[in-house]
Design a binder for this molecule. Structure first.
Ligand code: GLN
Length: 467
């Protein structure tokens, strides 16, 4: 086959027309991975055998069911890479930590099982910051992922390989987790679409826990339509994650209004990102969407609150990796995990609980009520994903505080449990990706997806890859 198609629809049309078989498609993906993976460090494990097994089954399904097969299997023939924090039965799962270097799960995460049932081709497991701690991918015990658009830059983290694989044409859909931006940032830094889902929209069963009151699962894809298809495959109750509900969101107004929180557009925001958002406001305005400036005064505390609650939850979740039950007991946690365990233990300790953890919980409630109140007036919020475009490998790695500040715009959605779509908008003059996010009330994913489609249609967005 000549080129690997960039969207689900194109892939499936070509498979159904027999322009290539699923087996040939796997050949192409694996040769792309073999050609570039050593340099870009995107996949930690490539599941060749499983990919060919999947392909064989897909080819058989197509010959038996023809055009009907895509209706029954919405992700038929879709090459998928999973962030290496999703358990995959019989395929090594490391959380990018040496502690789990040789761990082979006995079962798969719900989202993985649902994608398999929907007909995907499993290509392998994607690099990320160890335990999903980080914003650049540089905390992986297996080395950093490089940004396919410019290898001197990070692809964003923690789901670094999930963004990287799409930019490098090494997958059609990838999965990520977002505890404070880890799906949105790599999407934004790799010029792809992502959906950070509502807390409780997608099961986390079989996903290695980071901070349980903030963790969410979601898809990354090159188009809004692709992310949408993957979202509907993985969402909904499974009886295994008690936080998941099948709630339906009712859109309350016919005239759509988007709030521009003035606190998000302050000093420190990159001028090109500001310009991109100004233009998006104009573009969406022409499509009949109204905008209103609003104020969310407590959101400026979001990042501080996050870096108290998150390490507290991390310190308790990582307690199970004690080397007794499984994992390499000779290996130790990396510096970042140790830092979080210490911070978390500190803020939960008897003498400091009230001053830090309890206070952070109170401020979190305040942020949630401000945002809920805003959603009485507007149907969505527009915001940057990060204060700057991609930064260089090594630029922030030795300064944890600087790295943590990358997440200032991410925290609101996680603290409030609300969904957010990250949309690419083009490139700056240095060829680095730009974009923004749209947040909405809990379970309003479909509104955000619709807005994304309107925006991309209006700007004539075309999916693309770096090579
Ligand atoms: N960058 C954030 C952190 O380091 C969030 C990571 C995530 O969303 N998993 O904690």
């Amino acid at each position: 086959m000549s080129k690997i198609p960039l969207t689900i629809r194109e892939t499936q049309e070509k498979l159904l027309k027999k322009e290539f078989s699923a087996t040939e498609l796997v050949d192409s993906y694996l040769s792309q991975i073999k050609k570039h993976n050593n340099e870009y460090n995107i996949y930690l494990t490539v599941s060749d055998d499983k990919a060919y097994e999947d392909a064989k089954r897909i080819d058989k399904t197509i010959s038996e069911l023809g055009n009907k097969s895509v209706r029954e299997f919405p992700l038929l023939g879709v090459g998928v890479g999973y962030k290496d924090i999703f358990l995959t039965k019989d395929i090594r799962t490391t959380a990018s930590s040496k502690v789990l270097e040789s761990y082979i799960p006995a079962y798969s995460a719900t989202s993985v099982r649902r994608m398999e049932r929907a007909g995907v081709i499993c290509l392998g497991k994607l690099n990320c910051d160890a335990w999903a701690h980080g914003s650049s991918g540089e905390n992986s015990d297996f080395g950093p992922t490089l940004n396919p658009w410019n290898k001197e830059y990070t692809p964003g983290g923690s789901s670094s390989g999930s963004g990287g694989a799409l930019a490098a044409n090494m997958a059609l859909i990838t999965t990520g987790t977002d505890t404070c931006g880890s799906i949105r940032l790599p999407a934004n830094y790799c010029n792809v679409v992502s959906l950070k889902t509502t807390y409780g929209a997608v099961s986390r069963y079989g996903v290695i826990a980071m901070a349980s009151s903030l963790d969410t699962v979601g898809p990354l894809g090159r188009t809004v339509e692709d992310a949408e298809t993957a979202f509907y495959v993985i969402k909904g109750e499974d009886g295994l994650d008690g936080t998941v509900k099948n709630s339906k969101y009712e859109s309350k107004s016919s005239r759509f209004r988007i709030g521009i929180p003035k606190e998000f557009f302050v000093e420190g925001l990159d001028v090109d990102i500001k310009k991109t958002i100004d233009e998006a406001v104009k573009v969406l305005g022409k499509e009949g969407i109204e905008f209103a400036e609003i104020s969310l005064p407590s959101t400026k505390y979001g990042i501080s609150v996050y870096y108290i609650i998150q390490p507290a939850e991390v310190s308790s979740n990582l307690g199970r990796f004690d080397g007794i039950r499984y994992g390499n007991y000779r290996e130790v946690f990396g510096d970042e995990a140790k830092r979080r365990i210490m911070l978390g233990t500190y803020v939960l300790s008897a003498g400091y609980y009230d001053a830090y953890y309890l206070k952070a919980m109170k401020v979190r409630s305040k942020i949630v009520s401000e945002v809920d109140e805003a959603f009485q007036k507007v149907d969505a919020l527009i915001a940057p994903v990060a204060p700057t475009p991609p930064f260089k490998i090594g630029e922030k790695a030795s300064d944890p505080l600087k790295m943590y500040l990358t997440d200032v715009y991410a925290a609101t959605a996680n603290l409030c449990g609300i969904p957010s779509i990250a949309l690419p908008s083009g490139f700056n003059k240095n060829g680095l990706p730009l974009g923004f996010q749209l947040m909405g009330p809990r379970f309003s994913e479909q509104n955000l997806l619709n807005l994304g489609k309107i925006y991309h249609k209006a700007i004539g967005y075309k999916p693309s890859v770096a090579f």
